[in-house]
Design a protein around this ligand. Structure first.
Ligand SMILES: [Zn+2]
Ligand SMILES: [Zn+2]
Length: 131
């Protein structure tokens, strides 16, 4: 069981299953959405995910026809995305998880889109686009 929250703590959630497909995405959309060099995103099963507080404080941003991004309307923390093609998954923003996790990132994706000031470090495989 993992717990997580936004920066202000008003939105809180629990994950009762495992975390899958952890990737660091360096695409320009993820960089803007996070205000950072990359986003670390992962899948959890919708059935393993539940809000324990503050779900009504989430605001949805329709990023494109593929899905929506959700963030806390109080503090602006990016929380998750729901992709229409995979309604049984929640694409969690991994930095919102409070607990230490056992799963690990598997790859850097859209490495060819990285900011010119960023150096990707470490031994994880790097893919030009999707892995
Ligand atoms: Zn918040
Ligand atoms: Zn991305």
């Amino acid at each position: 069981m993992y717990t997580g929250s936004c920066l202000c703590g008003q939105v809180q959630f629990e994950i009762s299953g495992k975390i899958d497909d952890i990737v660091c995405c360096h695409c320009s959309q993820c960089r803007r959405a996070q205000g950072s060099a990359f986003a670390t995103n992962a899948n959890v099963n919708s059935t393993d995910f539940r809000f324990t507080q503050g779900e009504d404080l989430l605001t949805k941003y329709k990023n494109n026809d593929k899905g929506d991004k959700y963030f806390c309307s109080r503090c602006g923390s990016p929380m998750m995305a729901k992709i229409h093609a995979t309604p049984d998954k929640i694409r969690i923003r991994l930095g919102t998880i409070i607990d230490d996790i056992v799963e690990r990132p598997t790859a850097h994706i859209f490495a060819s889109s990285k900011a010119n000031w960023e150096e990707i470090c470490g031994d994880l495989p790097q893919f030009e686009e999707r892995g």
